[in-house]
Design a protein around this ligand. Structure first.
Ligand code: HEM
Length: 265
């Protein structure tokens, strides 16, 4: 992802960015105390380092023209000159967050669910069920552009509305045994229409409407490739009890510790 966005390919530079980015993500949803020793402080420092790295890359591009920044999204943005530099840096960080954490965590949850349900090997069913039960985006944010009447209530223009995706995805009335991992539910005729993640209103892991996730297809492809490779190449064993929590966002409370060995069959 770093390579695609910044056009940086040296392993040490990618690893350095990955380290900053991991600190940034870990502190993003923490108590906002900006003092040394707090996760939030570490995250803010990491964000500064990421921005400084992006700015250096921009400078290099301007000084040397077509060099290291040859193929990334960053180069395209600089060529188009449509955004100021600070907005370019924010955009890149946003894409790193939107495109990396989400997919990586969904892969993690898929392996977690598979550990407890090894019979479920149909990748697409597993991906759909993982996105329902372990959806990364728990809620969205919308603003009413006009007065809206909905089920007898009026939502006045300018009000913020928070559609709670997991409240629907985990609702017993919508999904029988909603809290259990059951990929076969998606084969039931009553769920066929619901399963369409592009248009369904009861299954929206990638949001909906004008802000629908632009990375949805890419993410599903990446997860399918990962699962295929992982399941056919490795065996794994869970070494510590774990469980899902949805606060402050979907996560495995003990970080899902597993021991991996290469398959030799
Ligand atoms: C499993 C993986 C992913 C999930 C669950 C996911 C989910 C979402 C959701 C729920 C939204 C909000 C949609 C809305 O407001 O209606 C969103 C927005 C977005 N996603 Fe993803 N996403 C994933 C992967 C990706 C990837 C791989 C990329 C890019 C490479 C990406 C880029 C974005 C961007 C740029 C937005 C903002 C769109 C806008 O506001 O117009 N996402 N994503």
């Amino acid at each position: 992802m770093v390579n695609q966005l910044l056009g940086v390919s040296s392993e040490s530079e990618v690893n350095e960015m990955a380290g900053f980015f991991s600190d940034f993500v870990n502190g993003c949803l923490s108590i906002p105390i900006n003092l040394p020793g707090f996760a939030y402080h570490t995250a803010m420092k990491a964000r500064e380092s990421i921005i400084s790295k992006i700015n250096k890359t921009i400078e290099m591009h301007r000084e040397e023209g077509d060099s290291d920044v040859s193929n990334g999204v960053l180069r395209r943005m600089l060529e188009e000159e449509s955004l100021p530099d600070d907005a370019v840096a924010d955009f890149i960080i946003n894409l790193l967050f939107a495109g990396n954490e989400t997919t990586a965590k969904t892969m993690l949850f898929a392996v977690y669910f598979l550990t407890h349900c090894p019979r479920a090997m149909n990748q697409l069913l597993v991906i759909d069920e993982t996105l329902r039960l372990g959806g990364i985006a728990i809620w969205l944010m919308r603003e009413a552009k006009d007065d809206i009447e909905y089920q007898g209530y009026v939502i006045p223009k300018g009000c913020f509305v928070v559609p709670f995706l997991s409240a629907v995805h985990l609702d017993e009335n919508m999904y029988k045994g909603a809290m259990s991992f059951n990929p076969w539910r998606w084969m039931e005729p009553e769920n066929q229409e619901k399963r369409n993640w592009r248009s369904s209103s009861l299954y929206t892991p990638f949001g909906g409407g004008a802000r629908f996730c632009p990375g949805a297809e890419l993410a599903r492809l990446q997860i399918a490739l990962f699962l295929h490779y992982f399941v056919t190449t490795y065996r794994w064993r869970q070494v510590k009890e774990d469980r899902m929590s949805f606060f402050p966002s979907a996560r495995l409370v003990n970080g899902f510790q597993i021991q991996i060995t290469r398959r030799n069959d």
